[in-house]
Write a protein that binds this ligand. Structure first.
Ligand code: CTP
Length: 469
C-alpha cells in the first residue's frame, strides 16, 4: 500500500519525504507510514518492526524481551546486499533473547558491513575460508556443526544459486554445505532478480532440500523508483521465524540450570609441579554442550584441559579440588548437577612455597591429605541441593557393584558407571560404555561416542524433570 502511494507522489514531495526519512533514520516506507498514522492521530499505529531510537526511548528504555532463545547457537551468514545493515540489528535482537550468535561475513557482505561492526555485536565473527587463524580456532566443519540453526540474512541471489548447486568455494558456502543443522534464508534482492526463472528454480530446489525461508517482502527497494517483492524480512520477523524453528520441544531443558564438573584437578606439590591424572575432560565438556543445546543455563566448572570452551556455556576454570568445590558451591542453586570431573583424591599436605631442590637427604617424602569429595558434599547438602545429583564411577573391577556402593555412599541420585580397565581401552578414547545405576536398578547403554553419551544423558534428564518431582 505504502509503495503504491509513494509512486503517486510528485518528485518534489518524494525528495522531501526522503530527506525527512533520512533525518529520522527510517526507510521511506516507514516514514510514510508514520506520516499517515500521525495524520490519523494514531502515531503508535506506525510502529515499524525496527523503530529508530528516540530520545524518549533512551530515557525510558524498553524492558528487555523474554529470553526465548536461551543459549541457542545461531550462525548468521551475512551476504552482500544493502539489507546487510539490518543484519546488525538482527544480531542484537537475537542476543537480547539469549542466543549465542556467531557470524560469517561473505566477501561481498564485507562491502556492506565491517567485521568490526559485526564483531562488536556478535559473539564471534569469521570471514575468509583460508584465514588460518579462523581455521585454527574453529574450522568450517566445526562452525557448521556447532550451530542449532544457520540463518542467512541477507540471502542474495548469488548465495542461493551457490547453495542450490552445492558450491563451497568460500567460508559461508563451505559451512552451509557441511551443515547438518536447519537453515533459514532471508532473501533480499531486486524484484527482477527474485522473479527470474533461475532464482525461481534455485528457491524451489532449496525448499525441496528442506531449507526454510522468511520473506522476502514487498516494498520499496534501495534503488530509486524500484518496488516489488525482494525486500529482506525485518529483523523481528526473522527472529520470529528463528523462534518457531527452535521450538521449545527441542529445548527440553529451557529455564533449567545445569552445573557440570569436568576435567582433572591439579594438586600442587610446589609452584612448578603437581599431581594430576589423565582425564581429558571430553565427556564432561560434551555433557555441558548438550545441556546448553537443550536450552539449559549451563555452568561448567573445569579443571585444566586442552579443550575449547563449549559454546553457550559459562565456564569457570579451576586448578585444584578445593578450588573446584568453591566454584561449584558458588554456582548453586542448580536444578541438576553432573559431576564428570576426575577429582584428585589426595593432595600434598603442605605444598612447597618454593621449587623443591634435590638435596642431600635424597628424594622427598610427602604427607598426603584427602581432598573434599565434591559430589558427596553437594549431594548431602540440606539447602540448595540440586533436584538431580549425578556422579560418574570410573571402575576397573566389579563395575556395577562398586557403582551401587558409590551411589549410596555419596548420596547421589544417579551414577554413570563405566569400565576404565586397560582391557576396556576407553580412558582417553572416543567412546564410553555406560551403565546408569539408580536406586531403581541398572540400565546398560550401548557403546557410544562421548557426544552420544552426552545426548542420551541429557534426554534422560529431560525425561526425569518432565516427569515431575
Ligand atoms: N568426585 C568428586 N570429588 C572427589 C572425588 C570424586 O566430586 N574428591 C566425584 C567424581 O566427579 C565422580 C564420582 O565422585 O562423579 C566418583 O569418582 P571416583 O573417582 O570414581 O570415586 P572416588 O570417590 O574417588 O572413589 P574410588 O577412587 O575409591 O573408587
Amino acid at each position: 500500500m505504502a509503495s503504491l502511494t509513494i509512486r503517486k507522489l510528485d518528485e518534489a514531495l518524494k525528495k522531501r519525504l526522503r530527506l525527512r526519512a533520512a533525518r529520522n533514520g527510517r526507510s521511506v516506507e516507514e516514514e510514510l507510514r508514520h506520516i499517515l498514522a500521525e495524520a490519523a492521530g494514531r502515531p503508535e499505529a506506525a510502529d515499524a518492526p525496527s523503530p529508530p531510537i528516540q530520545p524518549a526511548a533512551i530515557a525510558h528504555p524498553a524492558p528487555a524481551p523474554a529470553r526465548t532463545l536461551p543459549n541457542a547457537r545461531i550462525l548468521l551468514v551475512i551476504g552482500g546486499g544493502i539489507a546487510a545493515y539490518k543484519s546488525l540489528d538482527l544480531i542484537r535482537r537475537l542476543r537480547e533473547r539469549g542466543a549465542d550468535v556467531r557470524c560469517v561475513l561473505t566477501r561481498a557482505g564485507e562491502e556492506f558491513v565491517t567485521k568490526l561492526a559485526a564483531g562488536a555485536l556478535a559473539n564471534a565473527v569469521f570471514t575468509d575460508l583460508f584465514d588460518p587463524q579462523s581455521e585454527f580456532d574453529v574450522g568450517h566443519i566445526r562452525l557448521a556443526r556447532e550451530a542449532d540453526l544457520i540463518v542467512v540474512a541477507p540471502a542474495t541471489a548469488d548465495l542461493m544459486a551457490k547453495m542450490a548447486g552445492g558450491h563451497a568455494d568460500d567460508l559461508a558456502t563451505a559451512v552451509l554445505l557441511a551443515a547438518d543443522s536447519p537453515i533459514l534464508l532471508a532473501p533480499a534482492m531486486n524484484p527482477h532478480m527474485w522473479s527470474r526463472a533461475a532464482t525461481r528454480r534455485n528457491v524451489a530446489q532449496l525448499a525441496a532440500d528442506g531449507i526454510a525461508f522468511v520473506g522476502p517482502n514487498a516494498g520499496e527497494m534501495a534503488e530509486r523508483g524500484e518496488a516489488g517483492v525482494g525486500r529482506m524480512a525485518e529483523p523481528l520477523e526473522i527472529v520470529a521465524a528463528v523462534e518457531a524453528m527452535l521450538a521449545p520441544a527441542e529445548r527440553p531443558l529451557a529455564r533449567k540450570r545445569v552445573l557440570v564438573t569436568s576435567g582433572p584437578t591439579h594438586e600442587a606439590i610446589d609452584p612448578v609441579r603437581f599431581i594430576g591424572n589423565r582425564s581429558s575432560g571430553r565427556q564432561g565438556h560434551a555433557i555441558a554442550e548438550a545441556a546448553a543445546r537443550a536450552g539449559a543455563d549451563v555452568v561448567l566448572v573445569s579443571g585444566p584441559v586442552a579443550l575449547a570452551d563449549p559454546p553457550g556455556v559459562s565456564v569457570v576454570k579451576v586448578e585444584s579440588a578445593r578450588e573446584m568445590l568453591n566454584a561449584v558451591e558458588a554456582a548453586l542453586p542448580a536444578d541438576v548437577a553432573i559431576f564428570a570431573a576426575a577429582v584428585a583424591d589426595w593432595r600434598v599436605a603442605e605444598a612447597g612455597r618454593q621449587k623443591l631442590k634435590k638435596g642431600e637427604g635424597g628424594p622427598p617424602t610427602f604427607a598426603m591429605v584427602e581432598n573434599p569429595d565434591i559430589l558427596a558434599t553437594v549431594a548431602h547438602r540440606k539447602a540448595k541441593r540440586p533436584k538431580l545429583v549425578i556422579g560418574f564411577a570410573a571402575e576397573t573391577t566389579n563395575v556395577i557393584a562398586n557403582a551401587k556402593d558409590k551411589l549410596k555412599r555419596k548420596g547421589c541420585d544417579w551414577i554413570l558407571a563405566n569400565d576404565v580397565s586397560p582391557q576396556a581401552g576407553v580412558f582417553g578414547g572416543d567412546e564410553n560404555t555406560i551403565h546408569l545405576v539408580t536406586s531403581g536398578g541398572v540400565e546398560s547403554w550401548p557403546t557410544q561416542t562421548k557426544d552420544e553419551v552426552a545426548s542420551t544423558l541429557i534426554a534422560r534428564i529431560a525425561d526425569k524433570l518432565g516427569a515431575g518431582p
